[in-house]
Ligand binder design. Structure first.
Ligand code: UGA
Length: 429
């Protein structure tokens, strides 16, 4: 099938490359010429495992192309996928500007029977809105379907090619058939429902997962207070299939470009309908507490943080990504600096936004954060941090506190090196 994809952000690029990889003819459209030139040369705009290889392979095979021309991109396409950003606005609602712009740009190139696929995460009702807008801009008979993205940054290529399910929000059997053709090579349940239901699946999914993480963080803090071990507790509840093991790793709270945005967006949607969604509010509150708990606990060990040297391991919002949007690590760096600490930090990939003005020193080797440190703080679950050797840490540090806010290290070996271990509800066995 010939498919046009609008937007070469992480969702559009991963979806386009993966759909080319399963045999479709894909043209990605973007207005950013610099980005397109780099993509054509095989240079990725984001850090995502496996993406470069899959893009290069499919460009070489002639199945994946990039253009800034809607005319060229949509010529003879059976479907056009909208994968532009919907960033949060100050009131929590999603900014629909890029969706509207995409509709205006694609409308003149629509052909009869074309299927417009909304891939971006959008408020419930957007599909209806896009359909109405396109009807006003074009006389062609088209379908608009919702096919929400469910990709996790860092494992997005794998998530696209081997998903647990895909969601088809459609109004007609013809549009459903088009989506079945598009995903024919991807072996997973295909759940067909209305566009509104599909749109709500996405928000509800992220809100539920965020709530699950907030819940385990609360329980981890309780475990810390009671002397229980959260890993055993998480295993104990996770083995109940009604709960499941995933998303039960405690940490300094959830972050990134999706959970915070989508939980606020679902609350905004609910408010418009005079509903409260108390559980989602509580998840946000617990998430804020998860950050401040780390600082409180740090002060319990070190007293006043003013003038203390803290080495932070991790800046990205989670492992295997350079994304620092709403990163708990960045927030902790800010909270530490505000409390007067002198912060150094290491991350293998993080791209720090220019708007982040909190003073700290970034070092290019992970052990350098330990130099003369009163404490080190692990904020991101990069696998490389699991290899930290307690003895080497101890030799470099001035103080003794190893604050493992991702529960990556073994408390026993840290303490055997003469250090003090503080995890999140994780204790020595
Ligand atoms: C999330 C969803 O998992 C994807 O299904 C969804 O498609 C995506 O949002 C999106 O809306 O685009 P992502 O934000 O990439 O994906 O990251 P996750 O792996 O879900 O992690 C989110 C946050 O929760 C991170 O800060 C992570 O460190 C934290 N987390 C996750 C925990 O603290 N503990 C866990 O057990 C799991």
């Amino acid at each position: 099938m010939k498919l046009a994809v609008i937007g070469t952000g992480y969702v559009g690029l991963v979806s386009g490359a993966c759909l080319a990889d399963v045999g479709h003819q894909v043209i990605c459209i973007d207005i950013d010429e610099v980005k397109l030139t780099r993509l054509k040369a095989g240079i990725m705009p984001i850090y995502e495992q496996g993406l470069e290889a899959i893009v290069q392979k499919n460009v070489q095979a002639g199945r994946l192309q990039f253009t800034s021309s809607y005319e060229k991109g949509m010529e003879e396409a059976r479907a056009v996928m909208i994968a532009v950003g919907t960033p949060p606005q100050t009131d929590g609602s999603a900014d629909m500007r890029f969706i509207d712009q995409a509709c205006e740009s694609l409308a003149p190139h629509l052909q009869d029977q074309m299927v417009v696929i909304v891939k971006s995460t959008v408020p419930v009702g957007t599909n209806d809105r896009v359909l109405e807008k396109l009807k006003g801009l074009s006389t062609k008979t088209i379908d608009v379907v919702s096919n929400p993205e469910m990709l996790r940054e860092g494992v997005a290529v794998k998530d696209f090619l081997y998903p647990s399910r895909v969601i088809f929000g459609t109004r007609s059997p013809e549009a459903t058939a088009c989506l079945h053709d598009l995903y024919a090579a991807i072996d997973c349940p295909k759940l067909v429902m209305s566009p509104r239901s599909a749109e709500l699946v996405k928000y509800a999914n992220n809100a539920f997962l965020a709530t699950k993480v907030s819940f385990i963080n609360d329980i981890a803090n309780l475990a810390d207070a009671l002397g229980a071990n959260i890993e055993d507790v998480a295993n104990g509840i996770g083995t109940d299939p009604r709960i499941g093991h995933s998303f039960l790793s405690p940490g300094p709270g959830w972050g990134g470009s999706c959970f915070p945005k989508d939980v606020h967006a679902i609350l905004h949607l609910a408010k418009e309908h005079d509903l409260n969604l108390a559980v989602c509010h509580a998840a946000i509150e617990a998430n804020e507490e998860a950050r401040t708990w780390v600082i409180k606990r740090m002060k319990k060990h070190l007293g006043d943080l003013s003038g203390k040297r803290i080495g932070v391991l991790g800046i990205s919002f989670k492992q295997n990504t350079d994304d620092t949007r709403d990163s708990p690590a960045l927030e902790l760096i800010q909270l530490l600096a505000t409390a007067g600490a002198i912060v150094t930090a290491y991350d293998p990939a993080a791209v720090i936004p220019t708007t982040f003005i909190t003073p700290f020193t970034r070092v290019d080797e992970m052990y350098h954060v330990c130099d003369e440190a009163d404490a080190i703080l692990i904020t991101t679950e990069w696998d490389i941090f699991r290899t930290l050797e307690p003895k080497r840490i101890a030799e470099k540090m001035k103080g003794k506190l190893v604050f493992d806010a991702r529960n990556l290290l073994d408390p026993k070996s840290v303490e055997e090196a003469g250090l003090i271990y503080q995890g999140i509800g994780k204790i020595k066995k």
